[in-house]
Design a protein around this ligand. Structure first.
Ligand code: SF4
Length: 287
């Protein structure tokens, strides 16, 4: 199983309606939801031992979010960069660091952290939804643009993927579906694609474009977005840079989606990426 060090943290919950992680923002500290050592589960570096720094807070609300406690119900401890670096360095065998979320790029402090990691010789991957670009030393931008099928609706209740014991009903007395419908559906739909930010990311960094796919109905939107991005960007975007990843944060759900997504990858000449951490540890936290 993956491991994490225990640090003395005052864990707080920010408002679930915040796009950030609770309004306390400076460049020398970050809201950390999890920091742990595991295997990269997705993308071209799947299987590589890595330290994961999961920041809290996201500007989107995908109904299937597999890091529910960084988006719908952000939970975190504020750690300064020194404490974060100290914990990363405690995993002496690790050469790769994955900065993930939530959406890590909403935090200005991620730039300072990436610079410090670069100085120490780490390979850094940033897992981002592609709506924000920042100037930082990033070795791999792992960009996951969110499709229309990610938008929360009354029929797509984000809690359906969350274990009962992990939910906090007191905070959401009207239920997640109502929250998604009333408060976040429109905002999510408006903000989920930013062609300018996507173009800047693919032009600035080595990248992979990782799409969460439920079924073939997602493909026309992927192909249209790729055509727009290829028109806008000054760098080539090869089919090999495009990864299709089955939707599902549990083994049970992946059983339903993985075979048809693998077939779609073959049909279109794109890569298929597994979700190795789900195969190995299902939906356990810190994996
Ligand atoms: S962009 Fe990522 S972290 Fe944000 S809600 Fe969607 S899946 Fe969750």
């Amino acid at each position: 199983m993956p491991v994490s060090n225990s640090v003395d943290r005052e864990v707080t919950r920010a408002s679930a309606t915040d796009g950030d992680a609770g309004g306390r923002e400076s460049t020398d500290e970050l809201p950390i939801n999890e920091l742990f050592y595991s295997l990269q589960g997705e993308g071209t570096l799947a299987g590589v031992p890595s330290v994961f720094v999961r920041t809290s807070g996201c500007n989107l609300r995908c109904w299937f979010c597999d890091s529910y406690h960084t988006s719908w119900e952000p939970t975190h401890a504020w750690l300064d960069l020194e404490a974060i670096l100290e914990e990363i360095e405690s995993y002496e065998q690790a050469e790769h660091v994955v900065l993930t979320g939530g959406e890590p790029m909403i935090h200005e402090g991620c730039v300072d952290l990436l610079e410090a990691l670069d100085e120490r010789g780490y390979h850094t991957t940033v897992e981002t939804n592609g709506t924000i670009s920042r100037d930082a030393p990033i070795d791999l931008a792992s960009i996951s643009p969110k499709l229309e099928s990610s938008t929360p609706t009354p029929e797509r209740d984000p809690r359906s993927e969350i274990p009962e014991e992990s939910r906090s009903d007191e905070r959401r007395p009207t239920g997640a579906a109502n929250q998604g419908e009333g408060e976040w559906a429109e905002r999510h739909e408006n903000d989920r694609i930013d062609l300018e930010a996507l173009t800047d990311l693919v032009e600035s960094y080595e990248f992979q474009l990782k799409f969460v796919v439920t079924d073939e109905e997602d493909m026309p939107e992927i192909l249209e977005l790729l055509a727009d991005l290829r028109d806008a960007a000054s760098v080539p975007i090869r089919d090999d840079d495009v990864l299709l990843m089955p939707e599902g944060a549990t083994r049970e759900r992946l059983e339903e989606t993985r075979a048809r997504v693998a077939q779609l990858a073959m049909d279109h000449g794109f890569r298929y990426t597994p979700r190795l951490h789900v195969d190995l540890w299902n939906d356990a936290p810190e994996t």
